[in-house]
Design a protein around this ligand. Sequence first.
Ligand code: MG
Length: 253
Amino acid sequence: MKFLRYEQQGSVSWGWYFEDKIGKIEGNIFENYRRFEANISISDVKLLPSVLPTKIICIGRNYASHAAEHKVDVPEIPLIFLKPPSSLIGNNEKIVLPPQSNQVEHEAELGVVIGKRGRWIDPETADDYIFGYTIANDVTARDLQRLDGQWTRGKGFDTFCPVGPFIDTEFDPSDALITCKVNHQVRQMGSTRDMVFPVEKLIAFISSVMTLEPGDLILTGTPAGVGVLSDNDIVEIEIEGLGILNNHVSLHE
Ligand code: MG
């Protein structure tokens, strides 16, 4: 099933998505909820980020092709960092270029949404902790990332984590094509099969450090082809089966 969050006439709801229509959901999508008929046109609502995480955990250099373009080795253990939940935006919302950076770049990534609290999760049972999958863009101020050493500023600006348009609970992450287009030109294309550490190993590793909570979001790394974003650019990230995440770029909020 496909879950999303939306705003209609000032009220925010979870919904389920079926054949371009949305049905309202009442309750907690990770526990008990009630679904209503999918009869709301998607054009009548504003889509919100498809997740409400307590934290966003990101993986650096999880594709050899991307590590190579930055002339760094792939790590021997997963390289993790955090983005703040305040960086989230939804489908069709604006990525705002901050005045502190001259090099803001896109990073198309598969997002994993956690469905159950866990710590010290075994890779063999990691699947039980996954609620579903979504598309994410790990927007990065590359100049500030390099300047600071710590990545918090370069990765953490408001609007630097577009996510959506929905979470799919039936998606198969083993070999899905990720494509990123900027102004309709292909910039990134790779398959999730080329991840250095697959999803279940990432969940095991992260949960050996911190408790994962329902709704937490993991960004699994980006394939090669990252590049600079400019004012008025249109960014479209597609993952087979997860739809298209569409955002435009602006100098102004
Ligand atoms: Mg990334």
